[in-house]
Design a protein around this ligand. Structure first.
Ligand code: GUN
Ligand code: ZN
Length: 446
């Protein structure tokens, strides 16, 4: 934890990605943090001189790398214990592994697991995440309490499903109760702690929601100005099933449009098998894509057509989709996002390859923009809130500190190393709003 002192400076090699194709790096740079916000950004020397006479408590050293906190726009809190459980595809995986586990995610379990989950997010350098809880309201409430304690920036929603729900309610009552409970959670938690905690209405997907439930979820999200999250077009069997469930609608996306789910605060997981018309429909509503490439590989769901989604003008963030994705590690997710486009490029040379800089942008400022938070977080700007990860590169370079091989690395080299070798081993300390939310137990020299 930071000492109770107003003025804190963090030193290190500052690296952020103000645009998709550009990194900004300041070697021996520094951030000055006052009341949770960045009040100076630049070289350590220039800040030291400009702030002469002020009592700054300096943390870390020029050896450290500082990046904006990583943003995970799609993961499932109750599912973490089920990572890496194989099944042939999404729908059998949900039945065999996921629903039985979520059914057990009652309040007592949530109290214990949510705290551990948030600690693990911070240990991975993730400072902001958008999460699904389970269907149980008290369990989602317990998750929010743990979120409040964690210090992280979290958006959470109780899962809504009234078709084949794993809850114990009679089906015809589930929709009423689901809406009432979701609204009450939203009233209690949305905007808590100056907006650090927010609510997301979370109709699971069109397979497990009636039209009535979706319509009401959309209305509630609108009424409260809250987020809405769901899954869209992840797997071809799912798409075919949805077509039989809503035969009057033009497409999967059209179902969500029809029931009022699409808007600028709607985050749609996966979006792999969309037509151009569906992408245009989403773009028109300014809805957002949660790209979950580790999950798409693990569940053999498909290769996301990133170039087409970008051309349609859609905002995209990256999601671990734990437990569809096997890790909370956003560097792994970035790497898979790159490898997805490389795999597509191999078969069609006109598909652009995505590089480490773009992947890093997606996991920071791009994710912030996807969540409508690019004025608050995602990059190092004066006035932004200080969500910062301090990294130790020696922990992930081949010869570690022994040969000090990273002294001359460029910002591009550093980000590429992190994308291909990064993880919790590299995280020394994680800050949200300038408050330390994780510190490695045996920090290295920095
Ligand atoms: N579609 C509906 N529910 C889920 C879920 O829990 N995980 C994934 N990956 N897809 C879903
Ligand atoms: Zn998901």
């Amino acid at each position: 934890m930071l000492p109770d002192q107003r003025l804190v400076g963090i030193r290190g090699f500052l690296i952020d990605a103000p645009s998709r194709d550009r990194l900004r790096g300041i070697r021996d740079g520094a951030l000055l943090i006052e009341e949770g916000c960045i009040t100076a950004y630049g070289s350590y020397e220039s800040i030291r001189v400009a702030q002469a006479g002020r009592d700054i408590r300096w943390l870390h050293s020029p050896e450290a790398v500082l990046i904006p906190g990583l943003i995970d726009v799609h993961a499932h809190l109750p599912q973490y214990p089920a990572v890496a459980r194989h099944s042939e595809a999404l729908l059998p995986w949900l039945q065999q592994h996921i629903f039985p586990l979520e059914k057990q995610f009652k309040a007592a379990t949530s109290r214990v697991q949510s705290r551990a989950f948030f600690e693990d997010l911070a240990r991975h350098g993730t400072t902001c995440a958008m999460l699904y809880a389970a269907v149980f309201a008290d369990s989602a409430d317990a998750a929010f309490s743990a979120a409040e304690e964690s210090g992280l920036r979290l958006i959470i929603g109780k899962v809504m499903m009234d078709v084949g729900s794993y809850g114990s309610l009679p089906a015809e009552k589930t929709s009423d109760r689901s809406c009432a409970e979701s609204e009450s959670l939203c009233r209690k938690w949305n905007g808590r702690d100056g907006g650090r905690l927010e609510y997301a209405f979370s109709p699971r997907f069109a397979v497990s929601c009636s039209g009535e439930l979706m319509r009401r979820a959309g209305e509630l999200a609108q009424k409260h100005g809250a987020y809405l999250q769901t899954h869209l077009s992840e797997n071809t069997d799912e798409v075919a099933l949805v077509k039989t469930l809503f035969p009057d609608r033009a497409s999967y996306t059209d179902i969500y449009a029809h029931y009022g789910l699409l808007g600028p605060r709607t985050v749609l997981g996966h979006c792999l098998h969309l037509s151009d018309a569906e992408m245009a429909q989403m773009a028109e509503a300014r809805a957002v894509v949660a790209h979950c490439p580790t999950s798409n590989f693990f569940l053999t769901s498909g290769l996301m057509p990133m170039d087409r989604l970008c051309r349609a003008g859609l905002r995209i963030g990256l999601g671990s989709d734990v437990a569809g994705g096997p890790e909370l590690n956003m560097w792994q997710v970035m790497r898979s996002a790159i490898e997805t486009q490389k795999a597509r490029h191999y078969h069609d040379a006109s598909v652009p390859v995505v590089g480490a800089v773009e992947a890093f942008h997606l996991a920071t400022l791009g994710g912030a923009d996807a969540l409508g938070k690019s004025r608050t977080i995602g990059s190092f700007e004066i006035g932004k809130e200080a969500d910062v990860v301090v990294l130790d590169l020696a922990s992930i370079t081949p010869y570690g500190r022994k040969l000090n091989p990273h002294a001359q690395l460029t910002a591009e080299d550093v980000i590429s190393l992190l994308v291909y070798r990064g993880g919790p081993a590299a995280v020394v300390e994680t800050f949200v709003r300038g408050r330390s939310v994780y510190r490695a137990p045996a920090p290295g020299l920095i």
